[in-house]
Every structure is written in C-alpha cells, then in structure tokens.
Design a protein around this ligand. Structure first.
Ligand SMILES: [Zn+2]
Length: 342
C-alpha cells in the first residue's frame, strides 16, 4: 500500500486571487511535482493560459488540466472523476494535486467526490483553502466584480444550483481548513481587523486564517494540512445539506460475477439498457469467453460501452466474468445483477 496522493481544493470567487496564489504556490513548491486541475472559466477563462505559460521550471503543460464543461461540483461524475483517474493512471503520477474550483462551485459536493471508490484508495484531500477578497468582504459584496460573476453564472449551462453569493461564501468558509484573506493591502488596519473578526466567527474550530497580498503565500503554509477532509464531511455544514434535487450524493459500488460466457454479444447488448434504466455511472470489468484465451475488457460510461481483448488469462486467475458497478447510493443491486445475468 503506497501513501495516498494529497489534493488541495482551492475555493473563492472569481477575482479573489486564486490564480495568483497558485502561481506563487508553483514557484515555492520546492521540487514537489504538482498537477493542477482548473475549473475557473467564464470571461476570465484565461487562468489555464496564465498557468500553462507560467514559465516556472518543472511546471509542464501536461500538468495543467482544465475542466471547461461547467461547474466542477455539478459535473463531478462526467468530468472531474475521469480527469482524476487519468492523472492517477499516469506512469509517473504527481506528488500533489491542486484543484482550482470555479468561484460558484460548492466545495462540499466536490470533497464528497473523493469518496468515489477508485479515487478514495489513492487520494486524500489534504485541505480545502478558501481565498477571499478582503476589500469585497468588507464592503459586503463577497466578490470583487459582481457583473463578472453574473456573466459566469449565465455562461455555465451545467450549473444546477442558483445559490445567492452569500450562501456560497458561507459554504466556502464552513468547508475550509485554511482561509486566505487576500488583498489586505487595500484595507486599513481597523477595517482589516473587522473583516478578520467576521470571517473568523464563521469558521469551524481550529481553522486558521492567514493574510496575504497578491496571493503571496508559500507552499509550506498551503500544502501539508493533513485534513483528510473527505473523512469528516459531517463537520462541514452547508446550505445545501439535505437538498434532494441537487444531484450530489455518496457513491457505492458492488460487483457481479457471471462465470464464463458462451459469447460476448448478449451481455454487450444488455449493458447499455441496464446502465440507463438503473442510472449507473459506470460498469467495468472483464469477461471470460468460452474458447478464447484472452480476457475481454468491458467499460461502460454513460451510453458508451467499450470492449476489447487485452491479454491472456493468467493460469492462476479464475476464468470468470466479473463486473464492478458504480453509481450513487441506492442502486438496486438485485435488479441490476439479475438484468446483467440476462
Ligand atoms: Zn455545481
């Protein structure tokens, strides 16, 4: 069992200074191999470009991945999870993964996604960091440019929550392990003390506040929080707890064994309808086909089912068909197993 890879989730509204903070983080990472997943987009969709061309040694193009299909918490299964899996499948995976969320994303559903079966065993959430714009918070706006945020909201077709900024702000704070009060140079001491007091009052116990200018906070402070946030979600209240229509729940998986098949066609024909009928997020596994030395790989996501022979069965492996079914909690295991057996 190797050590888990740490991931840091960075929240904060458009313009709060997440990108400059990440740039500084890259420059102070001391040889740690960081990968970035960027979800910030909209009219400032330049984040990816800024970071890709940062020119910092050891920061390569391939280490910056953009999720441009919409709010990261609303596209967890379609976009975020496959991106994480691709990062983990690399021959030389990163030491640390930094995820910049879109300012409108709710942090808790994203942290929940780290309980996805294949991510949970390999990655832990080292910390959730909220970056706030001191001046905007002092002025009661929460974000520096409300028009830009309205445009971002309008441009995001995937966004399935319409929360007021204050709620998103409170969710960012109550899920945080560390809060960066940025742009402190724009406030005088008394206003800054007021903001610090107000923000501090909304945090969970033991959550630290750090003050920064232009996001210049070192990696030593930002990384290595060791929070394992995915394990204490209950301690992180959200305005969206218990909201049934927000499609972010826990995941479950189970496996189905089918023995050796005479031919693959029947099973392949059944997979698509089973996936759609039971709202399954993914089915994957191997099939043993009579008379074939090789095992058949099966991989179904959404409506697409891939299949190909990858290698001979090893002598010690049981020749059987075994599929893992992954979905949101509440899968009808008996019905799915029966439907797969045909
Ligand atoms: Zn979302």
């Amino acid at each position: 069992m190797t050590a888990k890879i740490s991931a840091t989730v960075i929240t904060g509204f458009l313009g709060a200074g997440k990108t400059s903070m990440i740039r500084h983080l890259l420059g102070s990472a001391n040889g740690k191999r960081l990968a970035l997943i960027i979800n910030e987009f909209g009219d400032l969709g330049v984040d990816g470009e800024i970071l890709k061309s940062c020119g910092i040694e050891g920061c390569e193009d391939g280490d910056v991945m953009e999720l441009a299909n919409g709010c990261i918490c609303c596209t967890v299964a379609d976009d975020f999870v496959p991106t994480m899996e691709a990062l983990l499948a690399r021959p030389n995976p990163p030491d640390h993964i930094v995820i910049e969320t879109s300012g409108l994303a709710l942090p808790k559903p994203l942290v929940k996604a780290f309980n996805w079966p294949e991510i949970r065993t390999r990655v832990t959430v080292d910390g959730v960091i909220a970056v706030i714009d001191a001046e905007a918070v002092a002025a009661g706006r929460f974000a520096p440019d409300l028009d830009a945020i309205a445009a971002q909201r309008a441009a995001d077709d995937a966004l399935d929550h319409d929360s007021p900024l204050e709620e998103v702000f409170e969710d960012q704070l109550s899920c945080a392990d560390l809060v960066v009060i940025n742009k402190t140079d724009l406030l005088d001491d008394s206003l800054l003390a007021k903001v610090t007091g107000e923000v501090g009052a909304r945090l969970r116990p033991a959550v630290k506040l750090v003050r920064g200018r232009h996001g210049a906070i070192d990696a030593e402070i930002l990384l290595g929080l060791g929070a394992a946030a995915e394990d204490d979600l209950e301690a992180r209240p959200s305005h969206h707890d218990g909201v049934e229509d927000h499609d972010h729940d826990d995941f479950e998986s189970f496996s189905v064994s089918l023995g050796e098949l005479r031919a693959p066609e029947d099973l392949l024909t059944r997979l698509g309808p089973v996936i759609s009928t039971h709202d399954i997020l993914r089915i994957k596994g191997f099939a043993a086909i009579a008379g074939k030395d090789m095992r058949l790989v099966l991989h179904g996501v959404g409506g697409r089912v891939q299949h190909y022979f990858d290698r001979d069965w090893h002598p010690e492996e049981p020749r059987e068909t075994r599929l893992v079914v992954i979905g949101q909690t509440g899968l009808d295991r008996a019905a799915i197993s029966a439907a797969l057996a045909g």
